[in-house]
Design a protein around this ligand. Structure first.
Ligand SMILES: [Zn+2]
Length: 326
């Protein structure tokens, strides 16, 4: 310490001469301190969800315990700056609920869909026709069976009844008709909890019927190999990466990022798949997801494709409005 005029006391500089011993002594703590500051800065990084789309939003009313209802989910999404959400229920059609929520929340596109599980008659073309016909026009996504999928039920070994999509190497009755209704109405075909092999067999059939938007529901959860994901991408499908799975298994983030870097960010979307009672809200989930993807090395433009551009393309949000002439 030294005393200067006015009575101030200031410490003598530590590195007055560059003593190598002192350097060594301080180098390690300084490295740790920098790492700590870097990780704190990363945590504090502001994530902007403006324009982001969540295509996998669970909310109540539901027969499974949910953290909030559709309206609450829509309001929180709107407050976080999201552009659109898709309400997903495993057992009932959500185009009606989406239309009601749209009336209550300004500035957010809210879509619904139908998952072709047993509760709606399985592979039931009439259920898809009604999804489209409901007033409000919010029906947009058709999921192949999820909790009732043959692959899902068989893998779980529960012995429950299931809905097949392929039998004896052929699509089941009604599936081709479902595909053609999807094509006529420019809906999104989401593959639900199907096996990757089933997905790869069905993509060309859906394309034949004119289906343009194909989404492979949480592709990692379905156990797709890298080669299968590459093939799905080559066939023009978009693959979903969900936060729910990575939230419970953080190692997945690196697997996601490896797939994105190898196959291309233009082939994937990210979604929350949140809504379970006890989990944070969807926007919080997406914020944490985006932060984790940045930390694992993704760039702004890759995040933009995954969270904004690709889902907008799937939902037809960026297409010019068609002018009706009569
Ligand atoms: Zn889900």
């Amino acid at each position: 310490m030294r005393r200067i005029a006015g009575g101030w006391i200031i410490p003598r500089p530590v590195f007055t001469s560059f003593n190598p011993k002192m350097q060594k002594f301080f180098a390690i703590p300084i490295i740790f301190l920098s790492l700590f500051i870097w990780s704190v800065a990363l945590q504090a990084q502001q994530i902007d969800l403006t324009g982001v789309i969540d295509m996998h939003v669970h909310a109540g009313p539901d027969s499974r315990p949910r953290a909030m209802n559709d309206l609450q989910a829509a309001k929180l999404a709107q407050q976080a700056g999201l552009r659109a959400i898709v309400l997903k229920n495993h057992f009932t059609m959500t185009a009606d609920r989406a239309a009601l929520a749209m009336d209550q929340v300004e500035g957010l596109e809210i879509f619904g869909g139908i998952a072709l599980n047993r509760a709606v008659g399985g592979i039931n073309p009439e259920a898809v026709r009604q999804l489209v016909a409901f007033s409000g026009g919010r029906g947009k996504v058709v999921w192949l069976p999820t909790f009732d999928a043959e692959f899902y039920v068989t893998r779980a070994g529960s012995g429950d009844a299931f809905v097949s999509i392929i039998e004896g190497g052929r699509p089941v009755d009604g599936l081709t008709e479902v595909f053609s209704i999807i094509a006529e109405n420019d809906l999104v075909l989401a593959m639900g909890h199907s096996a990757p092999e089933e997905v790869l067999a069905l993509i060309p059939l859906a394309r034949e019927q004119g289906v343009r938007s194909i989404l492979i529901t949480h592709v990692f959860g379905q156990g797709a190999t890298f080669q299968q994901m590459q093939q799905m991408a080559e066939e023009g499908a978009i693959m979903e990466l969900d936060w729910l799975a990575a939230y419970t298994n953080p190692d997945l983030i690196n697997a996601y990022v490896n797939a994105i870097q190898a196959i291309g960010a233009d082939r994937f979307i990210i979604s929350s798949d949140f809504g379970q009672a006890g989990n944070p809200d969807h926007a919080t989930g997406l914020t944490d997801f985006v932060r984790a993807l940045y930390a694992a090395g993704l760039s702004d433009s890759q995040i933009d494709l995954l969270a904004r551009q690709n889902p907008a393309r799937l939902l037809g949000l960026d297409q010019p409005t068609l002018l009706l002439t009569d």
